[in-house]
Write a new protein. Structure first.
Length: 337
């Protein structure tokens, strides 16, 4: 995140430099006619007639005004102090036009040659700097809203997951009370991970560890009643991924693939290659729980879909499908590069 912020700042600096280079160099090719200087009082005695352009006295004033408006005055716009913003812009423009008049008198002993032309340039700088600021404010606001929604979605899935696990432990504690201590210890490990290691991005290997811990709870619950298959293949560097993104898919597989199903099977595969994460989770289903499958995308999967849209726009594929009237399959592919 810090690297992206630094790259964005560097790009902004480059744009500013290029803009001013073009703005300053352009009048050398599209200049006003040369102005005869008063003999002996010429500040720029060079032979190039472009050096006599009255625009040269305007550039320093414009640069100062642009950054005053861009860095200072526009903050008042962002704070909705519109009257203060407009008044200080008017005062500054009048003051700078007066300063330019002084510069013109000092260098060439003439007044401002074209007040309307100067006003148009200041108006252009005003609109440009204000537009950039408004655009940045809108981007920052959108970014904050996005980050708030992501935080909300993360906070939503964690209690949902804990609630389901606690219900699961309560359910099998009646039948296997001796397994409760093991289950609680496993749950505490998962909660520790959720609390301390899921602030931004998490390594895929760590996510697999949590998945394995969750599956160990399911094995305590079902023992040999449910066949659980797993295949985890990590190729190359351990990539970073949104934390707790895969658990809801597996949760739903157990929720819909273990009731009213003879010989239930939960099959989970996860692979990484060249920064791409591919996950497939499938479970058997019967026509008796078809209604349940029609609402398969409950809170957990709806949460996943929205997080994918926010965090991996255009870089993910998510698919749910029935296969051979026997398997319900969820496919997820994320480009984490």
């Amino acid at each position: 995140m810090n690297r992206e912020k630094k790259q964005s700042a560097n790009f902004e600096y480059v744009i500013h430099i290029l803009f001013w280079l073009v703005f300053i160099i352009a009048p050398l090719f599209l200049r006003e006619g040369p102005v005869p200087p008063r003999s002996g009082n010429m500040v720029f005695p060079g032979p190039h007639p472009a050096m006599h352009s009255p625009l040269l006295t305007l550039f320093p004033v414009l640069i100062i005004y642009f950054y005053l408006n861009y860095l200072l005055f526009s903050k008042w716009y962002g704070q909705r102090q519109y009257l203060k913003f407009v008044m200080w812009n008017i005062i500054t423009v009048v003051a700078f036009l007066g300063l330019r008049s002084v510069l013109e008198l000092w260098i060439w002993e003439v007044g401002i040659r074209n007040l309307f032309f100067d006003f148009l340039i200041f108006l252009f700088m005003f609109l440009l700097s204000t537009s950039i600021t408004i655009f940045k404010i809108q981007n920052i606001t959108a970014k904050h809203l996005r980050e708030s929604e992501i935080s909300f979605l993360r906070n939503q899935i964690n209690p949902h997951f804990i609630f389901n696990v606690m219900n699961m432990i309560v359910a099998f504690s009646r039948k296997y009370p001796e397994r409760v201590e093991t289950a609680v210890n496993t749950l505490s490990d998962i909660l520790r991970y959720m609390l301390y290691d899921t602030q931004d991005k998490s390594k895929v290997s760590h996510e697999i560890m949590v998945i394995e811990q969750y599956l160990s709870l399911q094995r305590l619950r079902f023992e040999n009643e449910v066949e659980i298959k797993t295949s985890f293949t990590l190729s190359g560097k351990d990539i970073m991924v949104e934390p707790m993104l895969l658990i809801p898919i597996i949760e739903n597989a157990f929720k819909h693939g273990t009731s009213m199903v003879s010989s239930p099977v939960i099959d989970i595969s996860l692979t990484t290659h060249n920064g791409i994460l591919t996950t497939m989770v499938r479970n058997k289903y019967t026509m008796q729980n078809t209604t349940s499958l029609s609402t398969y995308s409950g809170l957990g999967l709806a949460n996943i879909k929205r997080r994918l849209e926010l965090l991996y726009p255009g870089k993910h594929e998510f698919e749910e499908k029935r296969v051979d009237n026997e398997w319900f399959v969820v496919m997820l592919k994320i480009d984490c590069r």
